[in-house]
Design a protein around this ligand. Sequence first.
Ligand code: ADE
Length: 242
Amino acid sequence: MRIDILTIFPEMFEGTINSSISKRAINKQIIDVHIHDFRDFTLNNNNRVDDYSYGGGAGMIIQAQPVLDCLRSIPNWEKAYKIITTPVAKTYNQKKAIKLSKIEHLIIICGHYEGIDERIMNFVDEGISIGDYILTGGEYAALVIYDSVIRLLPGVLGNSESTIEESFENNLLEFPQYTRPEVFEGMSVPEVLISGNHENIRKWRRQKSLERTYKYRKDLLRKAKLNEEDKKILIELKKEQK
Ligand code: ADE
């Protein structure tokens, strides 16, 4: 997968992209990442890429020209799937991460300041917001999207980091996990997990997943695939709440 990121803060990506799982994905040639500074494309003598908002207002707006010229400098940019990070968009989720992970060439434009000239939207496929809060820059959102997408690509995570059982993939939050020591600061690992009884462990984990989803994210439960055993557990949880 090729990923191009357009930003005026390329330094915000260097460390992240060349660390950890991303570094491994690049070294294994699973991803080919290019960071572009669209300031390099400004025609302004003072190197500015922003200007005042037509109609007035305090914030500065990124001009469409440097962004579009930068976009056009990317090979095959027209065929790529192009997204822009902005709070004015549908909210990102795991389903969208899975969709993006199947794309061959992804271009992410980082929004900034008060926004980018609206006319740039005619050149992108969609805007993506990562949540109901305002960031100082779209770079943070781009990094979130980048990380959540690359970890889904085949060969990026090892077997031990498998994505099957995790939160959101099945619309249930993950069960609690423990590692050594068995007793930490007087707190013991739940008995069942050291029992060696795999069926009981499976049931306990499912119960905990349902409990946590019920407690923190009831909205997800509506989308989760629930079997008869799950439904019984939920009926009990509802009774306990009353
Ligand atoms: N830029 C500023 N806030 C943002 C958000 N919540 N998501 C994506 N881009 C943003």
